[in-house]
Design a protein around this ligand. Sequence first.
Ligand code: UTP
Length: 300
Amino acid sequence: MVDFDPVTKAVVPAAGLGTRFLPATKATPKEMLPIVDKPAIQYVVEEAASAGLLDVLMVTGKNKRSIEDHFDRAFELEEVLEAKGDEHRLSQVREPASLATLHYVRQGEPKGLGHAVLCAKQHVGGHPFACLLGDDLIDQRDHLLRRMVEVRDTFGGSVIALMEVPKEQVSLYGVATIEATSEADVVRVTDLVEKPPANEAPSNWAIIGRYVIDPAIFEVLENTPPGRGGEIQLTDALRTLASRGSEEGGPVHGVLFRGRRYDTGDKLDYLRTVVKFAAGREDLAPEFVPWLREFLDEIS
Ligand code: UTP
């Protein structure tokens, strides 16, 4: 068996404009919107850390200062909580800074997800890396990223996460052409298309926000012209890798994900996520769930 270079670093693109969530995202990054009492991006960093990826590079941009502040120490606040003896809140405030070693790079202009990934080139160097979208949450009970790293360790190349979506939603995603492999949850990706009309989609398997990427992507991205929406698309660069052999950064495999995923950059999905997370919280559910039931009765 070939020993592939191990994955140790994670890249979290968080420099998008978040137009679907305006006006909240005019001055606040969508990745900082709270899921109950924790910003979405903290769950993403927790996920990287729990998959053993303790070197995390955030790609940020204009109006994203609060992300850096969140993952930094907050001495004044800590002093106040310490003086009060509020150990619980103190540990909550300190936690984000202790999850991983965080690094930052700025994407001067939001020229697309592919361009955001290209901004990670210098930090990542010639090694494979995980990429986790900062507004896309995977339930911590579903170990998708760990499985993707395993698949990269077996097959090399790049690995994307695929989720089955209803036909009428395929135009919102990148969509894969797939072939079965000997492993039930792993497919070979032979082609990719970004946001196709429903009648042109090659399958119902949509790309979601987790990737394990071969460093050959950087050279491909440098030569990838702006695609759909005038943005440099990561999907287009992965499509190039999917057509290549293992010597040149291919192949691309997909892990078929059947777990729980929350797109917090979408208003409706955000609302569902907050309600689900609140209903699962021991400290909130005893009051929140009965209230929710009453409220639903009231409006039905
Ligand atoms: P999205 O397409 O969801 O981000 O990109 P967006 O453009 O901010 O969202 P809308 O559609 O306008 O509401 C997926 C991920 O890629 C990042 C985003 O921050 C998000 O985590 N991204 C996107 C960048 O970092 N840079 C970009 O230029 C575009």
